[in-house]
Design a protein around this ligand. Structure first.
Ligand code: SF4
Length: 174
């Protein structure tokens, strides 16, 4: 997996002050995507052990709330394989910090309720490590700049743990 950017002390992509990782590769190709460079799976740098160390170190201070994963598309099958062991490691090291993830796939697509390439043999395990999922493709016609932490009104900010427990979508923020 490649990544385009690591943003430290980010306050735009989740609650609190966070480290944000922008992974490369996305096949959704939403109209007027904010980050078209990252469609290419070869964009940016290779995600290595050094990258993992850099991210984990950046999350060490108490005032860092957690990690955000964006793209590109974290739930493209290739990216899931690299993110799964990384997020397991993150949660082992920082059980009290949260993980936000932005995906163009919906919760239903990731869990296999709706047919999608995002539903793999590891997608549900990966999802279970995430606390908050901002889901759905960016839809230009539904763009609304007053929305917090999302670009278009079809996207939902989902409390993943509650949604998995209740087997029904539970929103983290309206
Ligand atoms: S899912 Fe995100 S990165 Fe992919 S095309 Fe849509 S807006 Fe761009």
């Amino acid at each position: 997996m490649n990544y385009g950017e690591i943003k430290k002390n980010d306050i735009a992509n989740g609650e609190g002050v966070r480290t944000s990782l922008f992974v490369s590769g996305c096949r959704h190709h939403c109209k007027n995507c904010f980050n078209q460079n990252t469609w290419d799976f070869g964009f940016g740098e290779l995600f290595t052990e050094e990258t993992v160390t850099e991210i984990l170190e950046s999350c060490k201070p108490d005032w860092i709330s957690g990690l955000s994963i964006l793209g590109g598309e974290p739930f493209e099958p290739e990216n899931q394989k690299v993110l799964l062991p990384f997020l397991i490691m993150f949660k082992e090291r920082y059980p009290d910090k949260d993980i936000w993830c932005y995906s163009g796939f919906t919760f239903e697509e990731i869990t296999g309720k709706e047919t999608s390439r995002a539903h793999t043999d590891i997608s549900e395990e990966l999802l279970s490590l995430i606390d908050v999922l901002v889901d759905g493709r960016f839809v230009e016609e539904l763009k609304n700049i007053s929305l917090v932490f999302r670009g278009s009104s079809n996207q939902r900010i989902i409390d993943v743990k509650k949604s998995l427990e209740n087997k029904a979508i539970s929103l983290y923020l309206e």
